[in-house]
Ligand binder design. Sequence first.
Ligand SMILES: [Zn+2]
Length: 327
Amino acid sequence: MTATIEIGTAKALPGTIQDGKIIVEKLAGGGEIAIPVTIINGQKDGPCFWINGGIHGDEPEGILTCSLLRKAVDPKDLSGSIVLVPVINVPAMEAAERGNPLDTFSYDMNRIYPGRENGYLSERIANIHMEWMVKFADMEISIHSGGSHSYLAEAMFAATDSKTQELARAMGEDWRVCLYSNVTSKSPMAVMAEIGKPALTVELGGRSSTAPGAFLNVGKTLLKACINILTHYKMIKGLPHYPSIRYKGFQQALLAPKSGIFLPNSEIKFLTMMNKNDHIASIIDYYGSELCKLSAPEDGMIFGLRALPNVTIGEWCCFFAIIEGEW
Ligand SMILES: [Zn+2]
């Protein structure tokens, strides 16, 4: 028997889609802090696939993916349920900043899970979100991107157990890079992993991929992955596809050694193997002099690059995957 699903103010009977919100608190002016949620409740039994977006407020790709997915799935054809949380960190999204400007003590919400009931504002938001998620979700993906500073190509972070790697493979043919988690605690993915449920942190898009068409293409690629997960787990009908090769390794973020203007090597390509010491980018000063070079730290590939050329020493420049082998 399928059951009615109730999350926050959303209540979805089997075979229906319902919107609602998880109410967190009120601000001094009476404005409400709430987390939007959509339940797509299938007509038949099956697992609950939970999708999170916007834990970082300068990464709207999760909102776009959720908006495309809700149009693509008919709950009458769905076995199980899909829960869409397009934005966890609403105040950060409205400020278009990574974290909530109202809370500088627990600014990066992807580093504070499971939050605290009586903690800082973002910890309270995380805590309420976490409680609903672990109650319903059988598997979860969190959608991220390069945000306001960078572009990230198709890559994900995941635990190494077989259930999680099955979910990673179910992302489909476009997703060939699955790295060891760089946030082994304190993220929604880590919370799920701790209770033995598969979860992924998925990266795609960012600042240089928002021109007309480009942003929608990012959403369509993420939609394709979500649909493939649904077909892999037999939640909808269809033939799943899988990557021909899946690389494993770990991220090394290359930080700017100098302040200046970031000039990537125009020859380099994302998600393509390169050799240790290959030239990635230069940083020049306002007089045009080259201040430093960035080079590949090991054999591996670039999965993200700074998109905003203005750079200050210590800022993210390149997201490099040191490749250890294949899954
Ligand atoms: Zn992020």
